[in-house]
Design a protein around this ligand. Structure first.
Ligand SMILES: Nc1ncnc2c1ncn2[C@@H]1O[C@H](COP(=O)(O)OP(=O)(O)OP(=O)(O)O)[C@@H](O)[C@H]1O
Ligand SMILES: Cc1ncsc1CCO
Length: 530
């Protein structure tokens, strides 16, 4: 029986069953809900009891045509006629298991980092690797530090890159993510494991308590199986042309003028007023709220959340995490502006925490900020400003979009936008934008206004990146193009009013944003799909 590639994988734990429920009942129901592999894991049973349970589950799994895997105990697997085992790092080696069980059909191995994962996949004998723990878990007493979905993605990327170097006929190993996964965090895990070339997840989900401890294991399995299905069936849509993009921007512009959304800003104290005025000029409704207590209520009605790191404190980080969590579970877009992230170790480490916790839809920053996010030391930052640029900005935005699985916007004299596949170059704008504080922050507000429109039009406008559609609920690539065009084209119109300096320029800029038409955007757009 071949293993499914990204399976819903149940690991048993009798101690976690609700009172009165037998393991057989639980597994039976879980199989009806869509579980595709069952692993029998018994840490406290004696050998005879273990074998008896294994035989019972083997019968149930055979009837459902689902593979049963025995954790750790090759002797039990041999005795019950099961030819699949799963091994931890301190269990028997793969080589020893192959010697004991030459007829093994499937060997799985647990891994916590790139080195353990690559060692496991170097041999033809391993067909599945379980990577974890992804989140903190109570199901394993000796569990290592939680990896989080971003580290999981990096391990999978490294593993797949390593597989490509293998000259043997090794097939691609199946991967499952394990540790603290449940219906509320599963989509984030799958989002981060999506392969950019196929649009499908590279990993399945292994769960213990989310199914075993549920009073309704069939429904619990079914909801996880439905989430997985979203990440298997999404086809990748075509790369948009310049004409497609501009047509999308026009639709977003018209929609936002008709009914602008609510833009919840968690932003810095320097630009609050300016961003609220920019939102109003674009017919959106701003609300600057810093209370975690109301983040849930706001999330239910908002069009887009803006998270801006400008004057970060531990208190504001708490609000960002709480609002981000709500926005993610309500599938609302989030625009993240990592202002000055490279300026201090404090900002860098808090940003890492935030990105582990919240899936952004769009990240917008100058070169210094984006270089800090991607760990590129070649671009320097000066506080909140950038003191240089990328040697290859096209590659920089594409790579960061792939790393963070979202749309990335690089601002500067030339702006670049990528969803990880397509890169768009925008050359509108005027130098005065660099002479007023917070023009980048206000650009984040412009992008949020178009992202809100994209979210509300998500049923009619399909995203180019399937996984972005899950988190932004709409075409975030076109929204980013719309937001940048709005700011830079309005700035060009403002300059034509001949402002005396940065202060009058700011006034003209708000007026130009207020009077901006879709025709202005299309006629002036200097946009190129690279
Ligand atoms: N020299 C320039 N010529 C044209 N457009 C520019 C220039 N400098 C900035 N812009 C535009 O200004 C907007 C803000 O980008 P910028 O890179 O200045 O943000 P930032 O550094 O994050 O700003 P801040 O920290 O003040 O908020 C972008 O839309 C960008 O296109
Ligand atoms: C100057 C400044 N300092 C923190 S945020 C901010 C606004 C521009 O990013």
């Amino acid at each position: 029986m071949a293993l499914p590639r990204s399976p819903l994988y149940l690991v048993t734990q009798r101690e976690a069953l609700p009172p009165g429920v037998s393991l057989e009942q639980c597994v039976q129901e879980a199989l009806q809900g869509g579980v595709e592999i069952v692993q029998l894991r018994e840490k406290h049973a004696d050998s005879r009891e273990f074998l008896e349970i294994a035989r019972g589950l083997q019968t149930i799994c055979d009837a459902a045509e689902v593979p049963l895997v025995i954790n750790d105990r090759v002797d039990i697997a041999l005795a019950c006629g099961c030819r699949a085992v799963h091994l931890g790092q301190s269990d028997l080696s793969v080589k020893d298991v192959c010697a004991l069980m030459p007829t093994a059909k499937s060997i799985g191995v647990s891994a916590h980092d790139v080195s353990e994962a690559t060692v496991a996949c170097a041999t033809d004998d391993v067909s599945l690797i379980g990577i974890g723990p992804i989140y903190a878990t109570t199901s394993k007493s000796d569990a290592k530090e939680a990896l989080g979905p971003r580290k999981l993605a990096r391990i999978i990327d490294a593993l797949r890159a390593y597989e490509r170097t293998l000259s043997s006929a090794n097939g691609r190993v199946s991967i499952v993510a394990i540790g603290g996964i449940n219906a509320s965090n599963a989509a984030r895990v799958l989002h981060m494991t999506c392969n950019f070339d196929t649009g499908e997840t590279e990993a399945g989900l292994a769960v213990i308590s989310a199914i075993v401890s549920s009073p309704r294991p069939r429904e619990a399995a079914q909801s996880l199986s439905d989430i997985l299905a979203d990440y298997r069936s999404e086809g990748r849509s075509h790369k948009p042309s310049r004409e497609d993009l501009l047509a999308n921007v026009v639709r977003l512009h018209d929609s936002s003028r008709e009914s602008g959304g609510l833009l919840h800003h968690i932003t810095n104290t320097v630009v609050q007023n300016q961003c609220a005025n920019v939102a109003l000029a674009l017919r959106a409704s701003p609300i600057m709220s810093m209370s975690p207590e109301e983040a849930g209520d706001l999330s239910a009605i908002l069009g887009c959340l803006v998270i801006n790191l400008g004057t970060l404190t531990d208190d504001s980080l708490r609000v960002m995490k709480e609002a981000g969590r709500h926005a993610n579970s309500n599938k609302k877009p989030i625009v993240f502006d990592p202002v000055g992230v490279g300026a201090s170790a404090f900002r860098q480490s808090k940003t890492d925490q935030l990105l582990d916790h919240v899936q952004m839809s769009i990240i917008k920053g100058n070169a210094g900020e984006l270089a800090a996010l991607s760990g590129d030391k070649s671009v320097r930052a000066r506080g909140v400003d950038s003191a240089g640029g990328f040697a290859d900005p096209v590659k920089a935005v594409r790579d960061l979009a792939r790393q963070e699985r979202c749309v990335v916007v690089l601002t500067g004299q030339i702006d670049y936008i990528s969803d990880g596949m397509t890169v768009i170059k925008l050359s509108n704008g005027v130098p005065h934008l660099g002479n007023i504080t917070g023009s980048g922050c206000a650009t984040g507000t412009c992008i949020a206004a178009y992202a809100s429109a994209a979210h509300s039009m998500s049923t009619t406008m399909r995203a180019t990146v399937p996984q972005a559609s899950i988190w932004g609920g709409g075409d975030m690539l076109s929204a980013a193009v719309g937001g940048i065009l709005a700011m830079t084209v309005a700035a060009e119109i403002a300059m034509e009013k001949q402002p005396g300096g940065p202060s009058t320029f700011t006034g003209h800029l708000i007026d130009a944003l207020y009077n901006l038409t879709a025709q202005n955007l299309v006629e002036r757009a200097r946009v190129e799909v690279v």
